[in-house]
Design a protein around this ligand. Structure first.
Ligand SMILES: Cc1cc2nc3c(=O)[nH]c(=O)nc-3n(C[C@H](O)[C@H](O)[C@H](O)COP(=O)(O)O)c2cc1C
Length: 361
């Protein structure tokens, strides 16, 4: 079991080829109405899209075991599970002998000699189905406070969206399979994925996430800073390899006079630019919180790769069969949104409990 959060605590459990994937979400206030339809909408965004996703099909039906009654939270732990229907592990046996480059097989086998590879086990992207359920509940909670989160695809392989994009663009991206913000970009990115798949290869990409509605000062300091907690949660998503807030790595080459976001008064203190991505000192500066996360190409590819035969300790070749996403990015967009919703829900409740000594007992 894997845990995120202090006051809104999310626990993730399961394995890609086990009977269930599940989660426990604790700390969401009681009496909140939960729209199950919205959870299904978020889950649909995580499903593989025809043509550009894995052929593994899962119904992703969520069974709530506790914590929601008559459509409202009871204040008890929300425990739910999703049955895995499609769990043929036979094509994965070979990876116990010849581990997949780029996947978790080698470190997992060395760390635990009893480990037997069945799908991606606990390292699988399949577990993100549970994250999306918890994130969707957290999304409903934070949107009641006027805070909204939307992400979209910035790039896939060599196809890059270089224009400035808004929260509305990010919301609109959900109509496109690749989660790009326009039909043209969607077509180009789809082609990039199909070309990689035709070469028995894979591609990665960049997801941008925008959060609106955070009041100035929202967040924490040091290890509870908003950016560090978001970064930790986003990095926990399998295949995420980099994250930058605002202008990120480009800030390193700027002068302070260029990088500082100047203030102006416009019915309140506002920022003229948003180079920092909406966070100063770990707290919201009132501008939208914007970050980009890079996802690597899917490690399991059909192309022949070099590996080592762990029985003979000789160099070996590996050709992977089975069902894989030629690009993880489109499905990871809603997962990125989900972890951000969980982090913000947790920070809201942490501040609330600190402010209320009766609740914090
Ligand atoms: C939504 C999603 C789907 C994924 N699908 C696959 C897949 O089909 N095949 C694969 O090899 N890796 C897939 N991955 C990535 C692996 O789980 C990941 O690369 C692996 O566990 C190693 O972890 P790391 O890349 O974070 O180091 C997926 C990841 C996500 C988030």
């Amino acid at each position: 079991m894997y845990r995120l959060g202090d006051s809104v605590i999310y626990i993730l459990y399961g394995e890609s080829h086990g009977e269930f994937i599940g989660g426990v979400l604790e700390g969401i206030p009681k009496g909140m109405e939960i729209d199950i339809g919205k959870i299904s909408e978020d889950l649909a965004l995580r499903k593989p899209s025809a043509g550009i996703g894995t052929p593994r099909k899962e119904p992703d039906e969520v069974e709530f075991l506790s914590g929601i009654w008559d459509g409202k939270t009871t204040g008890e732990k929300i425990h739910y599970r999703i049955r895995n229907e499609n769990t043929d592990s036979s094509k994965y046996d070979i990876f116990n002998k010849t581990p997949r480059p780029g996947h978790a097989d080698l470190p997992a086998l060395v760390k635990n000699p009893d480990h037997r590879i069945k799908g991606g086990n606990q390292f699988s992207g399949r577990l993100t189905v549970s994250i999306v359920v918890a994130g969707s509940i957290a999304r409903q909670f934070i949107s009641e406070q006027g805070i909204n989160v939307a992400a979209f695809t910035r790039s896939i392989g060599g196809i890059r969206d270089t224009n400035d994009r808004t929260f509305e663009d990010a919301t609109g991206s959900k109509q496109y399979k690749t989660r790009a913000v326009s039909a043209d970009l969607d077509t180009a990115m789809t082609l990039e994925i199909l070309n990689a798949a035709a070469d028995e290869d894979s591609v990665g990409g960049v997801i941008e996430c925008i959060t609106t509605g955070l009041p100035i000062g929202f967040g924490g300091t040091w290890f509870e800073s908003l950016d560090s907690e978001i970064a930790r949660a986003v990095f926990s998503i399998p295949a995420c390899k980099a994250i930058e807030f605002g202008k990120g790595f480009d800030l390193a080459g700027m002068r302070g006079s260029e990088s500082n976001d100047p203030y102006c008064y416009d019915g309140g203190v506002k920022l003229r630019t948003n180079n920092m991505g909406g966070i100063l000192g770990g707290m919201s500066d009132g501008a939208p919180v914007i970050f980009r996360a890079a996802f690597k190409p899917t490690p399991s590819i059909g192309k022949e790769q070099d590996t080592v035969d762990l029985e003979t300790m000789q160099d070996a070749k590996l050709k992977i069969e089975g069902r894989h996403d030629p690009c993880i990015v489109p499905r990871a967009v809603v997962v990125v949104e989900s972890v951000v919703c969980l982090v913000i829900a947790d920070q809201i409740m942490r501040e609330y409990l600190l402010a209320d000594p009766v609740q914090s007992k």
